[in-house]
Design a protein around this ligand. Structure first.
Ligand SMILES: [Zn+2]
Length: 275
């Protein structure tokens, strides 16, 4: 069934043709790379929205959705500061149906599905004892994956190679029938590791989003340091398995967070001038 769905999706993609696109403007950090897509953004966004609402309904049913009002309010306040600055990379993102929920799971994890459908797990907030700046670093990174449409790009690649995909979201008990594309979206967002290229792009755009929103971009560095500490005791964080680290990541984050410091300082002085 799954292979059939994939084959159908792949042939639909072949009929609509392969496109080369540039999903975002390069911003201050200069992310600039052409991407080949075999599925339309509209299809991916629609499937993502549907999948996300099913997953959140499932979380609700299991009693793990938005249990701590203060925590939810804190996370929403942070993401609401980040979102307007997505316009710097792509003006259409302001109209996306952005949504964030806090899921009570011990996993150190956070993600953003296409069209701005986000989740952060209590495990990340609590085990890392994450500061607002660090939560902004995680969510800025995740939002950047969505802005760059990395999920759509990865699905396109899978279609191209006709690679089989795993079953998405066992955690949320997602059914498989009739939602081939939705499952693929969840799979690439929640389960499969990002490529190094995608990680570098999300890191660089993420620090810019955070800086523009008035969060200290250097928190991306302390975030990774905390992640590494958590993983030294037993099971490594889920977030690290979907966001593989590489040796020069810390150097890149140091360089790019330094590069966007003026944006952070401007945002801070703008905020205090407005008070
Ligand atoms: Zn990532």
């Amino acid at each position: 069934m799954r292979a059939l769905l994939l084959a159908m999706a792949a042939s639909a993609a072949l009929l609509s043709g392969c496109q080369t696109v540039e999903t975002t403007q390069e911003g201050a950090v200069g992310v600039d790379r052409q991407q080949r897509m075999m599925v339309s953004a509209d299809e991916v966004h629609a499937s993502s929205a549907k999948q996300y609402s099913q997953m959140m309904a499932e979380a609700q049913k299991k009693g793990v959705l938005d249990r701590n009002a203060a925590q939810v309010q804190r996370v929403r306040a942070i993401t609401q500061k980040l979102i307007p600055h997505t316009a710097n990379f792509r003006p259409d993102a302001a109209k996306w149906p952005w949504e964030v929920h806090v899921v009570s799971l011990d996993e150190v994890n956070a993600w953003c599905m296409p069209a701005g459908k986000m989740a952060i797990y209590t495990g990340l907030i609590e085990k890392l004892n994450a500061t607002d700046d660090e939560i902004a670093a995680v969510m800025g990174h995740e939002i950047s994956h969505a802005l760059r449409e990395h999920a759509r790009e990865r699905i396109s690649r899978q279609m191209g190679t006709q690679m089989a995909v795993g079953i998405a979201g066992a955690l949320f008990g997602i059914g498989e029938l009739g939602q081939g594309l939705g499952n693929m979206v969840a799979d690439v967002t929640l389960n499969l590791p990002n490529s190094r290229t995608h990680e570098v792009e999300a890191d660089r755009m993420g620090v810019e989003l955070a800086a523009r929103a008035g969060f200290d971009p250097r928190a991306a560095i302390t975030l990774w340091e905390k992640m590494a500490k958590v993983s030294s005791g037993g099971q490594p964080p889920k977030w690290l398995s979907t966001h593989p680290s590489h040796e020069d990541r810390m150097n890149d984050l140091r360089a790019y967070s330094a590069k966007v410091m003026p944006l952070y300082q401007a945002a801070k002085s703008g905020a205090s001038a407005g008070k």
